[in-house]
Design a protein. Structure first.
Lengths: 503, 176, 322
């Protein structure tokens, strides 16, 4: 136990060095900016700015890069909430209720809840990491293909719950999403599917253009259409009342934030999981647990708190596989590996013992970074809210410009822009046909993963289905899934039986 | 309930059945058929040894079935509040269609033009073009404010994206 | 402060202008490169190729004073990036970070726009990736012989993970299985990291590649051998397959920097010189070793020979396995 205290004090010592504080701040500011700008993400920016870290001491470089990463999580929720335009893919879910809160005039409150929730999650996650770093390594390794599949299945089923309105149409959205997710190379067979000869699709349909198109562009098209039809300008979003959450809102948001944090922490550990998955699952879980579940989507504070906490917790814990096992859990971690290697540090299980200053310094700086972000973002709420006062006539071209450049800035191919236009058009059609984009986006993410893990589980188990039942975690998740299905279907079954008896 | 889903009420005050299930159903059936057809050409395999085509094929079939189900339900699947929309006369409908086309054309068209000219024309020109075209998607576009906005955004983008964030886009034409 | 008269300023200015006409200046004008350098990395950011390119890139910036920018075009095992590179201007300012796989493996497996024998020219060899054979301790095997015994006599079912169908990792497994007469099930993953993680978790038992070195050092995996006939510099205690008794060519992976064949000869020469200088620096050698590769100072001729050898052997293998 005492080594942990030693470690923490060492870490705080490192993290509070003026140069590290300065670079943490730079990283956070930069990250926030990137997060706010739709499309452009931390991956591209970190890749470009990496060489700047060569001349810096290793801890400083990593602290700066890390700041960019979780700074982006904070920033991404801003446009999600105010404009229904997710700045980061992990902020997609925040847009669902966050935007609705803005329309009710509670946008400032939503932003504050997002910031507070993220800070809370960041703090807890950092403590969690500090305390249990070695144990985490073992937990991560227990997750194999069957466990991942079960997890995805639970998540996908949860997405059906995300639907308001017609379940039938939500299912169609899921199917379309799954098909979009199929585009690209199939890992298990090496076969390229649905690429129609486009090189750009060979790695899969790029996620960012889809998200911006389906959510942001489609929404703008609808608003514009309404305006043109009625001949009036798009009305200002409802007056912003108070900027700070009310006591009642906090009462709902706080426990949701706690639950989201726990989920995010755990899911962030899993490679391939991370912030995006955490936010979706947290939203769905919160909806299931909450007594006001049926009101989700109308602008409930807890529906913002849960995913925001989850995605920040997930972002923090996604550092873990890298720091404990030397395995990067996503592209950004892989870039961090590169940064370390350039400094002559080899990431691996030894890093905690060989480079304690780096390890603990990074962890301590994560918390400081979160604090900085809270301090930066809370006052900014007042500023951001002014954005809403801009006349829509000038706001929407701005959104178009920033989104277009942001999307282009990810892969530097105009193909992505055309895809965004197509997604925007389809999103518009789907909205007209009374379907919602959320289940579609989730399916795009989860679908291919589910398929990959299912087939791999069977491959490893050599065709034997019992692999799903023989392993404890997989079995547990399977039971959860069955319970969820039954719990959701039960009311309908009852209704059916009642109606049958009436006849 | 999220906005954008209810049609505009410029009408007689009567309500009719919402008919959006028709295009949705047709779309689903068509899409499912196409993807299913393509999936068939990939190796399908069995459940225990799935090929590349198994999953897409199953999904495609389900999509077609769902499309049929939506058509058959005839709009009943929607919650009560959404299943009625305002009736609109034929003339109104034509006008609405034209207005929709105006919005879609300018907004999406502007983005397409942006994508087409970005590389050769550079950021400044492309942004100005984008703002200019897209401004027609809103009622009552005004020349001078739009122009100022266009130049302002072009300058902003050049500074923030290219200089600050080092995104690789040429600012001026031909510089690539 | 000395009086800055207009005259003194003009004199200084004139002197400077005159100086720019001196012979020393004209030599500098011949200097290549004249603009920023772009490196096309046909793999994901953060991967082995990316890290290698950054090591070289850092030194290039110091040497030329120009910016070096990485462009990522991952896909199709490297073919996507290579195809893309074919369409760039042959002015010598764009180079390709390459591995032997898209000279020797990919063209056989996928349809590509480029001819691996004529369109690209390797400029230098960066390093060879030792295909270390790592086994999960659950196999109970600490050497190649023990592994074979575990499969043949104890009837253990072994599978190995790779970064995808048709990658070097996959082919290593097929090769080893064929040469030793044991059966190993191939399980493809989306990258070397995932495959390594799966091996650590005992989802698969074997992993081929240099990425496992750290885990072997930490004791989480057993190092049971290395493919080929060269001992690993990092882990000299590993038995090579040649020592074990398997003669001849073994699948291998190595990294180079390539350039379009259409780039003028003098520019290619300049590149070779610059890269050779960089690769001779001890710091660079250290960093390459840290990545797990070992830098081998082979001449371009030998590199060409290796490429052709690989192409023939891999074609043969792939033909046999379909």
């Amino acid at each position: 136990m005492f080594e942990i205290f030693d470690g923490i004090s060492l870490g705080l010592g490192v993290a509070t060095l003026p140069i590290n504080l300065a670079f943490a701040l730079v990283g956070c500011l930069l990250g926030t900016l990137i997060g706010v700008l739709p499309g452009l993400g931390p991956t591209a920016t970190i890749a470009i700015l990496l060489p700047i870290t060569y001349g810096l001491p290793p801890e400083t470089g990593l602290i700066a890069l890390a700041g960019i990463y979780y700074g982006a999580q904070y920033g991404g929720s801003t446009t999600s909430i105010l404009l229904r335009l997710p700045g980061e893919s992990s902020s997609v879910v925040t847009a669902l209720d966050g935007y609705e809160m803005t329309r009710k005039g509670r946008g400032g409150s939503a932003l504050a809840i997002a910031a507070l929730g993220s800070f809370f999650a960041g703090t807890v996650a950092t403590i969690f990491i500090a305390v249990s770093a070695p144990i985490l390594a073992i937990v991560v390794l227990k997750f194999g293909a069957p466990e991942y599949f079960m997890l995805m299945a639970v998540g996908l089923f949860a997405s059906i719950l995300l639907a308001r309105g017609s379940v039938l149409r939500a299912l169609i959205m899921i199917m379309v999403g799954l098909l979009i997710g199929m585009v690209g190379m199939d890992v298990n067979s090496g076969q390229y599917r649905y690429t129609a000869g486009f090189y750009e699709l060979m790695e899969g349909a790029p996620f960012v253009p889809l998200v911006i198109g389906f959510f942001g562009i489609a929404d703008i098209l609808l608003s514009l259409e309404r305006a043109v039809k009625s001949g009036e300008a798009v009305p200002q979003v409802g007056k912003i009342s108070r900027l700070w959450p009310s006591r009642e809102e906090m009462r709902y948001a706080a426990p949701a934030s706690a639950r989201g944090t726990v989920l995010g922490m755990l899911l962030g550990l899993l490679p391939g999981g991370g912030a995006l998955l955490s936010s979706f699952v947290a939203y769905a879980a919160e909806r299931k647990i909450s007594k006001r579940g049926h009101l989700f989507g109308t602008g409930l504070p807890e529906a913002v708190a849960a995913p925001e906490s989850a995605n920040n917790a997930g972002a923090q814990t996604s550092f873990m596989p890298l720091l404990t096992l030397g395995l990067p859990s996503n592209a950004i971690m892989a870039l961090m590996t590169g940064a370390m290697l350039m400094q002559g540090i080899v990431p691996g299980p030894q890093i905690m013992t060989n480079q304690p200053a780096l390890f603990w310094g990074l962890i301590a700086s994560m918390w400081i970074g979160n604090l900085m972000l809270l301090v930066i973002n809370l006052p900014m709420v007042g500023v951001w809210v002014q954005v809403l006062k801009v006349k829509y006539q000038y706001l929407f071209p701005t959104i178009f410009v920033v989104s277009a450049i942001g999307v282009y800035g990810v892969n530097f191919t105009t193909f992505d822009l055309y895809l965004m236009v197509l997604a925007g058009f389809l999103g518009y059609l789907f909205a007209k046909w009374r379907c919602e984009p959320a289940p579609l986006i989730l399916a795009v993410v989860l679908g291919p993963m589910m398929e990959e893990y299912f087939r791999r589980a069977l491959l490893v188990g050599r065709g034997d289905f019992s692999i799903f039942i023989n392993r404890p975690i997989s079995l547990t998740l399977l039971i959860i899934l069955v319970v969820m299905v039954v719990a959701t279907a039960a009311p309908s079954i009852n209704k059916f039986r009642n109606e049958a008896f009436v006849e | 309930m999220a906005d954008g889903y209810t049609d505009l009420d410029i009408s007689s005050g009567e309500t009719v059945r919402d008919s959006t299930h028709i295009p949705l159903g047709v779309f689903s059936i068509l899409l499912g058929s196409i993807t299913g057809y393509i999936a068939w050409s990939y190796d399908i395999g069995r459940v225990t040894d799935m090929g590349a085509g198994y999953f897409p094929f199953v999904i495609s079939i389900m999509l077609v079935l769902l499309g049929i189900a939506v058509l058959m339900r005839g709009g009943d699947d929607l919650p009560a509040a959404e299943s009625r929309v305002s009736a609109v006369s034929a003339g109104e409908r034509k006008l609405q269609l034209l207005r929709t086309l105006r919005v879609l054309g300018s907004a999406l068209g502007g983005l397409v033009v942006f994508a087409l000219i970005l590389k050769p024309a550079g950021m400044v020109v492309s942004v100005i073009a984008l703002v200019g075209i897209v401004s027609f998607a809103h009622p009552g576009p005004k020349f001078w404010p739009t122009l100022v906005l266009a130049f302002g955004l072009a300058a902003f983008s050049a500074v923030v994206f290219v200089i600050l964030l080092k995104v690789q886009i040429g600012i001026w034409p031909g510089v690539f | 402060m000395t009086r800055l008269t207009r005259r003194s300023v003009l004199q200084a200015g004139g002197a400077a202008v005159a100086a720019s006409f001196l012979p020393g200046r004209s030599l500098a004008e011949d200097a290549f490169p004249t603009g920023d350098i772009t490196v096309i990395v046909p793999y994901n950011a953060g991967g082995m190729s990316d890290n290698l390119s950054r090591i070289i890139g850092e030194r290039l910036v110091a040497m030329t004073g120009k910016n070096v920018l990485n462009e990522y075009k991952p896909g199709a095992g490297g073919a996507l990036g290579a195809n893309y590179y074919l369409g760039t201007k042959p002015d010598g300012h764009t180079i390709l970070q390459s591995t032997n796989s898209f000279y020797s493996i990919i063209p056989i497996v996928t349809k590509v726009d480029y001819d691996p024998k004529t369109d690209f020219v390797p400029l230098c060899l960066l390093g060879i990736a030792p295909m270390v054979i790592a086994a999960n301790p659950s196999t109970g095997a600490k050497s190649l012989a023990e592994l074979i015994k575990a499969v043949k006599e104890d009837g253990k079912q072994i599978s190995y993970g790779s970064s995808g169908k048709g990658t070097v990792g996959h082919l290593c497994g097929e090769w080893l299985a064929a040469k030793t007469g044991i059966e190993m099930l191939h399980v493809p993953y989306k990258g070397a990291t995932e495959a390594l993680q799966a091996c650590l978790a005992d989802e698969v038992q074997i992993f081929f590649g240099p990425e496992s070195v750290e885990s072997i050092r930490a004791g989480s995996l057993n190092g049971i051998g290395i493919l080929g006939d060269a001992k690993s510099v990092a882990m000299p205690e590993l038995q090579t397959t040649a020592e074990f008794g398997i003669e001849g060519w073994a699948p291998r992976s190595w990294h180079t920097v390539s350039i379009l064949a259409t780039v003028p000869e003098e520019i290619r020469q300049k590149w070779s010189e610059m890269l050779d200088t960089i690769l001779a620096e001890p710091e660079v050698i250290e960093k390459i070793k840290l990545l797990g590769l070992y830098p081998d100072r082979l001449s371009l001729e030998e590199v060409r020979k290796m490429t052709e050898e690989d192409y023939t052997e891999f074609s043969e293998m792939l033909r046999q396995f379909g």
